[in-house]
Design a protein around this ligand. Structure first.
Ligand code: PLP
Ligand code: COI
Length: 365
């Protein structure tokens, strides 16, 4: 079997990749995150060897000892970023270095080894390149890359792990919300909180999502797409959604988003939107916003638009809020002009339809 090298990664191509036709059939409108490419990247860490055994090979199930600490104590972190098809047939990554830095911060929080930024970026580059035919060409579709790391030390003891597996898998994706919803409905969660100061709110670890599942289940039962989490102390301030950050747009043309106080995820999309909106001349305030104020402002007309944002969901206008104490519509329920303008500016850069003034994109081929 041919083994070639891509930087640190030894590549053993999948001996039985999907045929062109089978791949095309799978990529035709795939359910979000349920269709996977032919390969995966892996890298191991141990106390004595450091990072070693960097490989790209056929995607396959992982083998773990039944005592592996990730299975018991949630020693897991992950990232999400995308490869975008360009108008000339090439492809690029959007801000992979930002995801790499956040991954290193998440690692530090869970006493996991920090993967150097260059190795992180190289792993996603190498996988996107070998699976280049999986980068969709359909409008708005992209290849979602999922780097993650788990503790693999074999012990029931709860001390920090000494052995880790880093892995990247990839999935061609289109619309994030079921039915391709253009504007989303949110459920205000008042029973559960997502994170408190000193916790793991700003860490991209699986445990945050597991703990949020009852709230997401309730949101789905209520006919909503996502949960709005409130702060853990006063249950008053809007934090973020289950898998996205949130922005508010006012009738004076200013934008607002909750500040990074340690309890919310510092979204790469959030940061990019703040920069792009300011480039366009909008004032953007990073300031707390109370749930009651949001309802009052929507009803009075002071708040004219609201949208959520994240790598997976891109920019999703919010049409309606439901909750035990909050029921209201945003604007006339249709995507707002400023939301649409910001979404267009962001996606034009990601898909290479507009210049990249901040040097965010990294070309793959
Ligand atoms: N907040 C949460 C809880 C998320 O899971 C995500 C998705 O990654 C985001 C915000 C948005 O982050 P990003 O824009 O980096 O994808
Ligand atoms: C992303 O936007 O990349 C996310 O992580 C959302 C995911 C949890 C589905």
């Amino acid at each position: 079997m041919d083994i070639e090298q891509h930087g640190a990664f030894a590549i053993t191509p999948n001996p039985a990749p999907l045929s062109h036709d089978a791949r095309a059939a799978q990529m035709e409108n795939p359910a979000w995150g349920r269709v996977f490419t032919d390969h995966m990247a892996t890298l191991r860490y141990s106390r004595d060897k450091g990072w070693h055994d960097a490989k790209i090979e056929a995607l396959k199930p992982l083998q773990l000892h039944a005592s592996a600490v990730s299975l018991h104590y949630g020693v897991e972190i992950f990232e999400g970023l995308k490869a975008y098809r360009l108008p000339d047939g090439g492809a690029q990554l959007f801000r992979p270095d930002a995801n790499a830095r956040r991954f290193a911060n998440s690692a530090k929080r869970l006493v996991m080894p920090e993967l150097p930024v260059d190795l992180f970026v190289e792993s996603v580059r190498a996988l996107s390149q070998i699976d280049r035919d999986w980068i969709p060409t359909a409008d708005g579709a992209s290849l979602y890359l999922r780097p993650f790391m788990i503790g693999t030390e074999e012990t029931f003891a709860t001390n920090p792990s000494g052995a880790f597996l880093y892995c990247v898998a990839a999935a061609p994706v289109g619309a994030f919300f079921s039915g391709g919803a253009q504007a989303i409905k949110l459920w205000v969660c008042e029973d559960y909180t997502r994170a408190a100061i000193g916790g793991t709110g700003e860490t991209k670890c699986g445990g945050n999502y597991a703990a949020g599942l009852p709230a997401q289940a309730e949101a789905l039962r209520q006919g909503c797409n996502q949960v709005i989490f409130l702060d853990a102390i006063e249950r008053r301030w809007v934090e973020e959604l289950g898998a996205m950050n949130v922005f508010f747009v006012f009738d004076d043309g200013t934008l607002q988003t909750p500040p990074l106080t340690g309890t919310i995820l510092p979204g790469v999309t959030r940061d990019s939107i703040i920069t792009l909106a300011r480039d366009m001349g909008y004032q953007v305030n990073e300031a707390p916003y109370a749930m009651d104020q949001w309802m009052a402002d929507a009803k009075s007309g002071r708040l004219v638009e609201a949208f959520s944002c994240g790598t997976a969901a891109v920019v999703a206008p919010i049409s309606e809020i439901k909750g035990n104490n909050h029921n209201f519509q945003i604007g006339d329920g249709t995507p707002g002009a400023i939301t649409t303008r910001i979404k267009t500016a962001l996606t034009d850069i990601q898909f290479g339809r507009a210049p990249d003034p901040h040097g965010w994109c990294q070309r793959l081929f």
